[in-house]
Ligand binder design. Structure first.
Ligand code: ZN
Length: 302
């Protein structure tokens, strides 16, 4: 099942993707005799709702006559699938290839970390899969960079879970571009500001539930103006999503809707020779196999 958040008036509402169309979750539930919530995060909060939504999806997929209230996905403004997570937790240095490119760049060995390198992004940076990435004024940063990442979305409260059980707490997966201001990241001594400027977290295009992903590992890529600049697979991760969830949940309660961004592979603009930072007019496409692609235009703040 694929879930979106789409804009209706001033609010983000949950939708189920049915082929090229989207069914409003609450409305589709009502039509099928289920009381379903209006937002994706509320949907994740109970297992009962999630299984009801799956049944509704199945009925819509197989309906001989599609209801008139189905909306075409291209007519909708899609937002971040979870617009209001309590936490966005991200990983640094989680691909072997990304550690290797930094060894080459800094000309000194950058050892892969022994434990996950955790940092935070703020939810105010979230935007949808087609939104613009807005470059902040030049006196704040001149080095805005892209990072394709697989995101695991937490579906059940997790505290002290084992690595073997950890994926049972994942409601689904999506793509994020962990946009980063490199000069702030290295100049600030810590990363929160560099990772949290407005529009620095495009994500989506939808949340895909685990049953929707056929085979691991997944390929992931970034194309900058059509040219492939990042290309790897989730098999190159140093710490798996399951390991990271277990690690975090030992000391921190994870709640439904929390996002775990699992790090980026080699090929980011900062470590390219010559370096290639995002510029006004660029188009960045970040994708993960079996999930989809974010396509975001870059523009300067006006
Ligand atoms: Zn990242």
């Amino acid at each position: 099942m694929r879930l979106v958040s789409y804009r209706a008036n001033a609010a983000w509402r949950a939708g189920i993707v049915v082929g090229e169309c989207v069914a409003d979750l609450e409305r589709a539930g009502r039509a099928n005799g289920w009381k379903l919530p209006a937002t994706v995060r509320e949907l994740l909060e109970t297992d009962k709702n999630l299984s009801a939504a799956k049944r509704v999806e199945k009925q819509l997929m197989h309906a001989a006559r599609k209801p008139r209230w189905l909306m075409h996905v291209s007519d909708l403004e899609l937002g971040p699938p979870i617009p209001d997570p309590q936490k966005i937790i991200a990983l640094g240095f989680n691909y072997r290839s990304h550690a290797d490119e930094q060894t080459a760049f800094f000309r000194k060995p950058i050892e892969p970390p022994k434990t996950p390198v955790i940092f935070a992004k703020y939810a105010s940076a979230l935007v949808g899969p087609r939104a613009a990435i807005v470059l902040p004024p030049q006196d704040l940063t001149k080095e805005v960079d892209y990072e394709v990442e697989l995101v695991a979305v937490i579906g059940r409260a997790a505290r002290g879970v084992s690595e073997a059980d950890a994926l049972k707490y994942v409601a689904g997966y999506m793509v994020m571009n962990d946009v980063s201001a490199r000069d702030c990241q290295f100049g600030d001594r810590q990363w929160t500001r560099a990772k949290s400027f407005d529009t620095f977290a495009p994500c989506g295009p939808w949340l895909v539930t685990p049953d929707g992903i056929k085979e691991w590992p997944l390929r992931l890529w970034t194309k900058l103006n059509g040219e492939t600049v990042q290309g790897s697979t989730t098999g190159d991760m140093i710490f798996s999503a399951a390991h990271v969830i277990a690690y975090l949940s030992r000391g921190m309660t994870l709640v439904p809707g929390d996002l775990i961004a699992t790090g980026t592979p080699a090929g980011v603009g900062k470590f390219r020779i010559p370096e290639r930072m995002l510029r006004d007019g660029d188009v960045v496409a970040c994708g993960v196999e079996g999930i989809g692609e974010l396509v975001n235009e870059v523009r300067s703040e006006r």
